[in-house]
Design a protein. Structure first.
Length: 385
């Protein structure tokens, strides 16, 4: 025999020995017994002393009641109860009349009711008015012995707020197999539903952004022209590279747009060099994506032209870029070339000019060019919002 804590119980210390020594009866004392085959069981012992006519102890009668199965069941029930109580899901029992019979901690956290507040009340207290018929359909399936698996619906908290849940319902049967109630497991899927909605919105936004990007690229290609295929290839590659650079800024800002100072610095970095040939001045301005794309392409066209024919083609030439918001809610960006070769006004509008005018014009903006002797001046005026 063994004690309940698992330690060996010597024969001279067992309940029978105590009764034989003291004559005091033992009632429902638990002992663990090892059988000849090595298996163990649990028993309750009731021991009564046997005395002769003179009151002397002459023996004892020991009644063993095997409670092994009962103890195993109790242990399983305790484990199950602990699992249910610690679950983040709401686990709720109800009878066939829809009256709540059990309520765990998860249900309290999700719905806001304490067990003592809600046990004995109808389950419909959790169901919004426009979904009351769902309970009837669930009970009908339970009565047929069917389960309800992962049914997504909405339930109502104590404070009146709604919560998205995934509901699973199983029939509860008595010893004879008759359905006497139901057990419900409700999982809060509010965050999951919110994440799904965000994914859908992001997908739509990505589709919208992609279409805008492709439309800008297509317009850029259509407006590109050169006398040779190699020059045309280089021209298109340069314009698409300008778009790619500004989209890097979009990703960093989670598609909020691009900060103008960073955009200008990035686009003109190949021409900055050691002698600071590019001077940049202006306040912090966040441009929304379409405006940022237009500015990026415009700067690319101006810089390319300056490198070929303007101030960046001369050793001492430099560029000044400045911007400022206007009183009417627009943005004025000024490009000034200095120290380059003498400028001769063009006799016709070049393709670079057309690209700028087309892209800026689509945003209700304006572009003005002034070919002065000392260098080109360009002013771009765009709405900020």
């Amino acid at each position: 025999m063994f004690r309940p804590d698992g330690s060996l119980l010597p024969h001279d210390q067992c309940p029978m020995a105590d009764v034989l020594r003291t004559g005091v009866s033992v009632r429902e004392q638990e002992v663990h017994i090892e059988r000849p085959n090595g298996s163990r069981g649990i028993a309750l012992v009731d021991i009564e002393a046997v005395k002769d006519s003179g009151g002397n102890i002459v023996g004892a009668v020991n009644c063993f009641q095997d409670i092994t199965e009962r103890k195993c069941t109790e242990e399983s029930m305790r484990r199950l109860a602990a699992i249910i109580e610690s679950s983040d899901d709401a686990i709720v029992g109800k009878d066939l009349d829809g009256i709540i019979t059990t309520w765990n901690g998860g249900a309290e956290r999700i719905f806001g009711y304490l067990a003592e507040e809600i046990i004995g009340k109808p389950i419909t207290i959790l169901i919004p008015p426009d979904r009351q018929k769902e309970e009837e359909a669930i009970i009908e399936r339970i009565l047929r012995g069917q389960r309800v698996e992962h049914y997504e619906t909405v339930r109502q908290r104590k404070d009146g707020g709604l919560v998205d849940i995934s509901l699973s319902v199983s029939p509860v049967r008595n010893a004879q197999g008759k359905v006497i109630g139901a057990s419900k497991i409700a999982r809060d899927i509010t965050e999951h539903k919110r994440s799904q909605a965000q994914i859908v919105n992001l997908a739509r936004e990505a589709e919208h952004r992609t279409k805008n990007i492709l439309a800008t690229v297509l317009a850029t290609v259509r407006l590109s022209h050169s006398d040779t295929s190699d020059d045309l290839k280089q021209l298109i590659e340069g314009r698409i590279d300008a778009l790619a650079k500004v989209h890097t800024l979009f990703v960093e800002s989670r598609w909020a747009g691009a900060e103008l100072h960073r955009l200008v610095t990035q686009e003109l970095s190949p021409y900055s060099g050691e002698r600071a040939r590019v001077r940049i001045d202006g306040p912090a301005v966040m441009l929304e994506p379409s405006t940022a794309q237009a500015i990026a392409i415009s700067l690319h066209e101006l810089a390319t032209n300056a490198a070929k024919y303007g101030s960046l083609s001369a050793a001492g030439g430099h560029i000044e870029i400045a911007w400022s918001p206007t009183a009417d809610g627009r943005l004025s960006v000024r490009w000034i070339e200095l120290g380059g070769p003498t400028v001769t006004p063009p006799t016709h509008r070049g393709f670079g000019t057309r690209v700028m005018e087309n892209i800026i014009g689509q945003l209700r903006g304006e572009v003005r060019f002034d070919w002065r002797d000392q260098g080109l001046t360009c002013e771009i005026n765009l709405p900020l919002a």
